[in-house]
Design a protein around this ligand. Sequence first.
Ligand code: ZN
Length: 398
Amino acid sequence: MKAMKVFIPLVLFLLIFSCKNNDFTMDATPSTKDSVWHTFKIKNENIRVLETNNQYFLAEDIVLSKDQFNYLSYFNAEVKPKSLVTSDFIKLWPSGKIYYTFGSNVSNTLKTEINSAMSWLSSNTPLSFALKGSSNSNYVTFEASNVNQSPVGMIGGMQVIQLTSNASASTAIHEILHSFGISHEMGRNDRDNFVTINTSNIYADKMHNFNKVGVLSSIDVGLFDARSIMMYPAFTTNGTFAKDINQPIIIPNNPNVVIAPSYYPTATDLLGINMLYGNEKPYVDYTVTYNTVYEDWQSGSYDKEVLYKFSLYADAAKTIPYIHNYPVPIIIQAYKETVHNQVEDTPQSFKQSILIPAGQNSATIVGRDMIDREYGNIIFLEKLDYVAIKNSTHYNYN
Ligand SMILES: [Zn+2]
């Protein structure tokens, strides 16, 4: 997936949302007479949580802890009951490392898929895994089940990731990413700009799968990605989900866009993971190049392309290129200054995120520097303010 939504400070929610192939199943949440719907109004969005059998479901496959449920109540309350909230909504795993154990009902076949999932994530992201030792009090137990399901974020103590006996490595990655704090791509704040939820074809008791949980987070990372491993597919074969399985449940606003989750995390999924768990602090250097695209010596008018090339290094001397086999996100803050007819406009500050692609140590952004004498005097300049790597480090330039 491309874009990710990350729950930050309070709630670093990574909404990386994309889906994958047909082997991703949206599991049926038990719907009984004991089921109760809770609706939380947050930033004008209704967040629906299904309570059933003393469990709280933020989505079909995302189970909330009692603390997280209370957090939503707190979020929603007119008068904040101060004693209610004992934790932030999403907790991250220290150093991006999950300690795990297998339940006794996990077959060797399923174990192979889970190991393959962990191996892929270890090789391609800052995330890592280790078998639980006696000193690890926070850990994941993988259990075989009739549903695919995970908590969101680190709950504290033992938490269970449930997987069906025929779950693929891809499904295991999807559920593991929930435990790392990542939600569904279609829960992003901006999803309505890219897709339309076909509500008339979705059973009412499945609507919580389209909770716009982005309202709980404070940052969007990257662009909406219809191929995210955290996206639900356009069509479902699950008859308990869609009233008519021949009709889509999610429709792309751009008919050329294919809504189908990828088998492995996409570049944008990796971007979100890195925003949450990237903790390395590479050294940054940049060069500025001006390409003249128009120049009139008589009037003095010109238009120049300004290329900022960023390079990352592993050492302070900037001799060892910093290269990963996953993309490294960088956030740049820059100023735009405009002078029009000799009058200065208020400078505007803006942020732009760029990606250092996998296998490379540099990326380029393009700005503009112009003078147009015909219309008086327009000068447009972008000045760098700072560069931020991942979510933790700022590099200041002066
Ligand atoms: Zn999910």
